[in-house]
Write a protein that binds this ligand. Structure first.
Ligand SMILES: [Zn+2]
Ligand SMILES: [Zn+2]
Length: 285
């Protein structure tokens, strides 16, 4: 597995790419601007080009843009749904401008509507956004902890979204903390390997374009999601060891979205992953 982080762009895009380089990252995720507002500032083309050049120089691949949390591609509210489709198209264009490969987005909440209705709604939103946006950036749908009517809590739901968007620029992102919150076992090497087998059977590992490597402070099956530093949450070490060492994920990108509560937090979590990689041989993987 190749490691990266979600980094803040608060100090500017080019500084972010430089920070990624100094952390030795191999892949990167950012918010193209603020994650909690609809109206986002335009990125000057020169700044976007400088960012893309700095990412290339740092060897970052992929670079992914995480969509704002306000989007709800499954919304019952037609106005919010339409707004979300437009915002996703805008994020895709931003990704294209930044030469990022994809926009990572949560499928959204269907509220009290039936699951099939919600899945069709998300697929329609993704197809319309891809149609409206210029450029080759893909949509990568992220799994969720599944609470509050949120789509994407099970691999079967993601598989159905794959079927509904077949042939289009759609991939998937799997977050370990969300999978655990949704009820999947990841707490031992064997269980994490079995999880990978299920991912391969139901969704196809080829469809998983990005991993989010987060521990969590919420219980398995709690349908809640609160990221924690690696090694300090309920997932523990061995599930991450299995993912990091599995030959099926040898070239897969894994991004940390762990808390940033000290200036050393990213370095410590990256060191944790790099240490696990060294243990692969010892653990027989
Ligand atoms: Zn996410
Ligand atoms: Zn995530």
């Amino acid at each position: 597995m190749r490691f990266g982080c979600h980094l803040s762009v608060a100090k500017g895009l080019v500084k972010t790419a430089q920070e990624a380089r100094s952390l030795g990252l191999e892949c990167l995720q950012i918010f193209a601007t603020s994650p909690r507002v609809w109206r986002q500032r335009d990125i000057p083309p020169q700044e976007a080009a400088a960012f893309a050049a700095a990412c290339r120089k740092a060897g970052l691949s992929p670079v992914a843009v995480h969509a704002p949390y306000l989007l709800n591609l499954a919304s019952q509210d037609q106005k919010l749904w339409r707004h979300s489709v437009e915002a996703l198209a805008e994020q895709l264009e931003r990704a294209h401008l930044l030469k990022a490969q994809a926009v990572v987005v949560h499928p959204g909440s269907r509220g009290d509507k039936p699951l099939d209705w919600g899945l069709a709604r998300v697929a329609e939103a993704v197809l319309q956004a891809l149609e409206a946006a210029r450029g080759p950036a893909q949509v990568w749908l992220e799994n969720t902890a599944g609470g509050g009517g949120h789509i994407g809590g099970t691999l079967a739901q993601l598989a159905e979204l794959r079927r509904l968007t077949q042939g289009r620029a759609v991939g998937f992102c799997l977050d370990t903390a969300h999978a655990w919150g949704a009820g999947y076992h990841l707490e031992s090497v064997d269980k994490a390997r079995r999880f990978l087998d299920r991912v391969d059977d139901l969704l196809g590992l080829d469809a998983v374009k990005l991993w989010h490597l987060n521990d969590t402070s919420q219980g398995r099956g709690s349908r809640r999601d609160q990221h924690q530093h690696l090694g300090r949450g309920l997932l523990g070490r061995d599930g991450f060891l299995a993912l990091v060492c599995d030959p099926r994920l040898a070239a897969a990108p894994g991004v940390l979205e762990t808390p940033k509560n000290s200036r050393w937090a990213d370095r410590r979590n990256l060191a944790y992953l790099r240490h696990l990689k060294k243990l692969c041989k010892l653990s027989g993987s």
